[in-house]
Structure formats: C-alpha cells, structure tokens
Write a protein that binds this ligand. Structure first.
Ligand SMILES: *Cc1c(COP(=O)(O)O)cnc(C)c1O
Length: 416
C-alpha cells in the first residue's frame, strides 16, 4: 500500500517540482482539470496588465508596430513549434481550434484535388471531439461535390477505411474522453501509404508529451493552447503546416492578414508565402499575448521528463484507485499501457456526474463527460504525487460514504 509519505518522498526527488511555483493555484484545491483549462502562469497577470495598461492604454494604435502585435501569431508559433517538432516558420498561433481545423481540412482537400482528384472522403473517428466532426461534416457539405465524412467505429477500422482511398484522415492524437493515444508516426505512415493526407488534432497532447510532426512527416496539425499550454480561457489555438504544403494549400478563409501585402489593400487575394496565408483577420491581442507566458514555461521543461512524470502520476492514481476504491463500480476507460494513453485518465461510474460534483465540493477538481465518464487530468508541471494521493483519498471517501447521493450534486450547470 502506497502511503502519503511515499508520495512526499517522490515529490522531494522530482526534477520538475520547482515548476509548480510558476503557477497560481488556489489553496485547498487539487486541480485535475488542466487538460481542459490549464492553471494560470504567475507571470500572466503582469503580462495582461502590461498589454492593457501600457501597450493599449499608452501607446494605442502604435503598438501594432512598437509592441509587435502584428507579428504575434508567427512569433508565438515559432515559440510553440519545438513542442510539436515543427521547424521555424511552419506554425501560427491564431483563431480557434475549430476554425483552424476548418482551414486545415479545406487546405488538405485542396491539395488532394490537385494530386488525386477522385478522392473526396474525409475519415475520422465517431468518438472524436464533436467540433472536429461538425467541422469535417460541414466542410464536406459545403464543398458538396461528392465530398463526405466517414467515421471509424473503432481504431481497428482504420485500415479498411484507408483501403477505400480517402482524401484526408483527421484524428485527435489523444481522445478527449477516453484519453486513448494514437501512434502519430505509425498512423501517418499508414495514411500516406494509402495515398491520403493526415490532419492531426493535438488539443490533448501538446505540452503533455513529446510530439514530432516533422519526424513523422505529418501534413497539417491544429491544437489548443488553453489546455496543457496554460494560455488562459479561450486563448488562441495553433495551426501547423508541413513546409512541403505551405505553398500549395489554399485557405478556405482568405482574409487580409493572410495576404502577401496586407497594407496594399488590394481588391483580390494573393496568399502570403508559407503558413502566414492561413491567417484570417485581426487577432485577439490581449488573449494572444498571454499565450507566451505558458509557452515560456513549457520551453524550459524537458518534455521527456514531463511525459515520464505524467505516466508516473497516472500509474500512482490507478494503483491507489485499485487499492482504495476496489469495491465500487468503477471501470477504467483509458488504456492502461503507457504507449496507448495520453495525460488524463477516465473512469466510468454509474453516478459519474454526481461523484464529480461531490469531488469538486471537496476541492478535487476533475470533470464529467457523457455518458458516465469522470476525467482526471495529470499536469506534471504543477501537480505533485501527494496531490494524487489526496485526490484518491477524497474519491475513496466520497464513494464509501455515498456523499455523492445528495440531491445538490445532481443539478446540472451549463458547463460540465
Ligand atoms: C478541446 C478540443 C477542441 C476545442 O476546440 P475550440 O475551438 O477551442 O473550442 C477541439 N478539438 C479537440 C480534439 C479538443 O480536445
């Protein structure tokens, strides 16, 4: 049986332990939802004040030049790129993941329209994050020339779908609900061997594990900055395009920011060279500026060490749940094998919603996903082993005492 003291000892030896001081975490809370909204970097408050008071308040419109507002999407993209194995000039921080996926899929289809004109099918997973499916289905409908979205009912169905000659495959590297991890390099190679392109959604993997898009030879990728990258609520997302496509894919949302000469104000669109063509319009500068605080921390963390700690925290969580909660109807939804899981763990329970609410009331913040899933995000930069011990301690008590049966824990808020 692992003791709390054992966990204290592991924290004392943890090479990443000092990163916790760089984040603001409320007293008495074990935050296991950093996979949904990362904690606030301490530096973000001062940065926000600087952007609002100095750059906006004092320098007003001059800040587009003097504070580098115009260059932010590309500059932050270059800061993010090492986390995903991207070369300089291949990545933008801009827009939302939803919007970037639309642009990425449309670009991939436009590339295929030249290379392999008969191919019009987009393949994804039924279990993918809903916005990814809505975007793909909406794009297929909009294009409407025999384009369609086909969904895999299980990972094993990929090869059969590839055999049908799709245009594009789009998958989430880590599944938002189950935490299951695709082998990015292996899938990319299989998709290419079948003559298709791949668009990865890295929302639940960027910042949590090493990613090498260039090494895997992937085509395009998108992802969030407000999850493991701690960019802040609604912070802009990213878009990565392999250099071989940067001059060929057309943006389905050509806006003036993506023009070769934005301030020439020409009536017709001429794409900028490289990934910049995928910029659309004016960016949310305050929110965008804050992304840098999280990226600055991530740049100093060794991602291999982050991954190793994430897996160790996860193993501890699972061992403790087995030791302490074995009599309860919990089912592990996430694959247990290290090479098949991301950085959050999902347990199913018949009263999952109420259990999550009861945990939150006791300061253990996870979240609920339909139909019966409790998600626990493990963020190695600010979680300690002792936090995992405390969280399972509360979980065991909530389950043993049936504290979750209180009616107030069944009331649904808008955001679950
Ligand atoms: C979190 C998440 C999103 C969110 O997209 P937004 O446009 O930021 O709302 C999209 N896709 C996946 C796979 C996600 O996990």
């Amino acid at each position: 049986m692992t003791s709390r003291e054992d966990c204290d000892r592991r924290d004392a030896q943890d090479a990443l332990a000092a990163f916790r001081d760089e984040f603001v975490l409320p007293e008495g809370v074990v935050y296991l939802d950093g996979n949904s909204l990362g904690a606030r970097p301490r530096a973000a408050a001062a940065r926000a004040a600087q952007v609002v008071e100095e750059e906006w308040g004092q320098d007003l419109i001059g800040s587009w030049n003097t504070a580098g507002w115009w260059e932010l999407p590309g500059r932050l993209g270059d800061r993010l790129a090492p986390l995903i194995g991207g070369a300089p000039g291949t990545t933008l921080v801009t827009d939302t993941t939803t919007g970037n996926l639309f642009k990425a899929l449309a670009a991939a289809l436009s590339i295929q329209a030249e290379r392999a004109p008969g191919r019009r099918v987009i393949v994804s997973e039924r279990d993918n994050f809903p916005t990814d499916l809505y975007v793909a289905a909406g794009l297929a409908e909009l294009l409407g020339r025999g384009h369609e979205l086909r969904l895999l009912d299980s990972p094993d169905a990929l090869d059969a779908a590839l055999a049908d000659g799709p245009a594009v495959v789009t998958l989430s590297h880590v599944n938002y609900r189950t935490g299951a991890l695709w082998d990015l390099a292996d899938v990319t190679a299989r998709v290419h061997a079948a003559g298709a392109l791949v668009v990865w959604d890295l929302a639940h993997s960027v910042g949590a594990l090493p990613i090498d898009l260039t090494g895997a030879d992937a085509d395009l990728a998108v992802g969030c900055t407000y999850k493991y990258l701690n960019g802040g609520p609604g912070s802009p997302a990213f878009l990565w395009v392999h250099p071989r496509h940067a001059g060929s894919g057309t943006s389905a949302l050509p806006g003036w920011w993506g023009h070769a000469r934005p301030f020439a104000m020409e009536p017709t669109f001429e794409p900028a060279t490289g990934v910049a063509r995928f910029l659309a319009g004016t960016q949310p500068v305050v929110s965008l500026a804050l992304v840098e605080c999280g990226l600055e921390i991530a740049a100093r963390a060794d991602l291999a060490a982050v991954r190793a700690k994430s897996l160790a925290l996860g193993d501890l969580f699972l061992d403790l749940v087995e030791q302490r909660c074995g009599d309860h109807p919990l089912r592990l939804v996430t694959p247990r094998e290290h090479d098949r899981r991301g950085s959050h763990l999902t347990l199913a329970h018949p009263d999952a919603y109420a259990v999550v609410q009861a945990l939150i009331a006791r300061g253990v913040v996870g979240d609920y996903r339909e139909p019966d899933c409790m998600r626990f995000g493990l963020t190695p930069l600010y979680l300690r082993f002792v936090d995992v011990w405390d969280a399972v301690d509360v979980l065991a008590d909530v389950l043993d005492s049936r504290a979750y049966a209180e009616p107030r824990f069944r009331e649904r808020s808008t955001v679950t």
